[in-house]
Design a protein. Sequence first.
Length: 129
Amino acid sequence: MPVITKLKTTGIDWDHVISSLNGETWEPDFLEPDQYEVRYYFLGTVFTIMPSGKFYTPWANSNVTPCPYCHGSGCRQCGDMGSLEAYHDSLFMEALESECAAHGVLWGSGEGDPCDIFISECREISMED
Ligand SMILES: [Zn+2]
């Protein structure tokens, strides 16, 4: 099994995401509706996006497979996380963060379902009109 030390790209088709996002309607921001407006594009669920295809939290990750090298105790291959899946997911999230930043958008999970991942764009409401 090859050791992945750095995930370079998420594989997300950003041209598609950005053009889809551009087709979405701006909505008043939930927290500051007078100042900001946002629009969202549904990217998918963690089950389809994440390398492991699993939903878990750092404090309840019993459903991820333990690292075959260290069996969960932590080593270089798994970034000391004790699981290659969790490590690859964390590398994916890092790549997602930087790709979002490069495109001037944010990512977040759904309010109703934390497994839903959205790409969002926020702008200040123009006072001119
Ligand atoms: Zn390990």
